[in-house]
Design a protein around this ligand. Structure first.
Ligand code: ADP
Length: 366
């Protein structure tokens, strides 16, 4: 029987449980044993009870849940070769040679590195007399498939990451709550949302709630000038009869010289305008709550495709990342997706914002 392991790694997101459920059940449907690797890469490195088989019933009711019930962790050991050696040992001794990782670009980078090192890891374990010759032959190829779990919607080569729409929904609900009090008191609110390198949550929340202004990393305004521009816009809206002011700031918002535009700095500008201003940093509520229908669907369809991808992979197939493009579930080369994602951050760091936007490979910023 083929044995597959599934893990969630990096920051948690709504829909990760649905992805695990889909992998477990599709795996069982295709007559595989599916192991959950608990606590991200730590489960592989430590093995034992952190790497165990899940049955059909174990994932019952997981479709709607937020967070991840198999745990996630930042695992420093896996960044070292010694950690990856022990991960390889635990996989082979459990008979597992396929791994489905649901995480962000860091987790998927780690997975790809693991695959590229696989033969040499096994040889080293053989030299240390921890594995036998037949095991090295039998498990000589490792199959890796990536699923993207991230609230930020920050991965290239896919239109949506698992969790992004749930997080966006949470933000919109919170801004709606704030709206009531803002309007009652005629107040201004600065709402800080997550997204260090990616402004998707901020931009989409701004559009969906009709914010007065939005600050995101990919479209930084001119140094200093943004303050006057912000005042002009908010004043115009007020003059048209709007009783509230809402400005959405991504946590990674910057100006064109890469100075941070913090929620405090935005607040100061609104206060200067004479507005009674409050700041709300949404924080971890953005990761909370149940998954919206879109994330349940995305995670389920992608989880099933991840299992199919494992079963169809040959040793020459580049590791796939399961994405969604124009409403179709697609397989993309994982390495390319991760490289493109990293190049957006690099373009921003080099102040090449046009390049960052074009690399985002999306029409939403144009
Ligand atoms: P995300 O997957 O959300 O981007 P991280 O970057 O924190 O989150 O990565 C999650 C985990 O993936 C890390 O704690 C580590 O175990 C593993 N990982 C990340 N980058 C690498 C890497 N370059 N090499 C090996 N493992 C990595």
């Amino acid at each position: 029987k083929k044995k597959i392991a599934v893990m969630t790694s990096g920051g948690d997101s709504q829909g990760m449980c649905a992805a695990v459920r889909a992998v477990v059940r599709a795996g069982i449907f295709y007559e595989c044993d599916v192991f959950a690797c608990f606590e991200g890469y730590s489960g592989l490195v430590k093995g034992g009870n952190l790497l165990r088989k899940l049955g059909w019933e174990d994932v019952r009711g997981w479709t709607s849940l937020g967070g991840t019930l198999i745990g996630t962790a930042r695992c420093m050991e896996f960044k070292e070769r010694s950690g990856r050696l022990s991960a390889a040992y635990n996989m082979v001794t459990n008979g597992i040679d396929a791994l489905i990782v649901c995480g962000g670009d860091g987790s998927l980078t780690g997975a790809d590195l693991f695959r590229s090192e696989w033969p040499s890891l096994l040889e080293e374990l053989y030299e240390q007399q921890k594995l036998a010759k037949f095991q090295i032959e039998k498990y000589k190829t490792l199959k890796i498939v990536g699923l993207v779990g991230s609230i930020d919607n920050d991965m290239a080569c896919t239109d949506a990451t698992i969790g992004a729409y749930s997080s966006l929904e949470r933000i919109c609900e919170m801004v709606d709550y704030i709206d009531a009090t803002a309007e009652s008191h005629s107040r201004a609110f600065v709402v800080e949302v997550m997204g260090r390198h990616c402004g998707w949550l901020g931009l989409m929340a701004g559009i969906a709630t009709g914010a007065d202004a939005i600050f995101i990393p990919e479209r930084p305004p001119e140094v200093g000038k943004w303050k006057d521009d912000l005042k002009t816009v908010c004043k115009r809206h007020r003059e048209k009869g709007r009783r509230k002011t809402v400005v959405i700031v991504s946590e990674g918002a910057i100006d064109r010289e890469l100075n941070a535009i913090t929620s405090d700095a935005v607040k100061d500008v609104l206060v200067e305008m004479g507005l009674d201003t409050r700041t709300t940093i949404l924080g971890h509520v953005q990761r909370g709550g149940t998954a919206v229908a879109f994330d349940r669907m995305l995670a389920t369809l992608q989880g099933v495709d991840a299992v199919k991808a494992v079963l169809e992979m040959t040793p020459d197939t580049p590791s796939p990342m399961i994405g969604i493009l124009e409403s179709k579930i697609v397989r993309q080369p994982l390495v390319r997706a991760v490289e493109l994602t990293k190049s957006v951050a690099t373009a921003i760091a080099n102040k090449d914002f046009d390049k960052a936007i074009s690399l985002r490979d999306s029409t939403f910023l144009e």
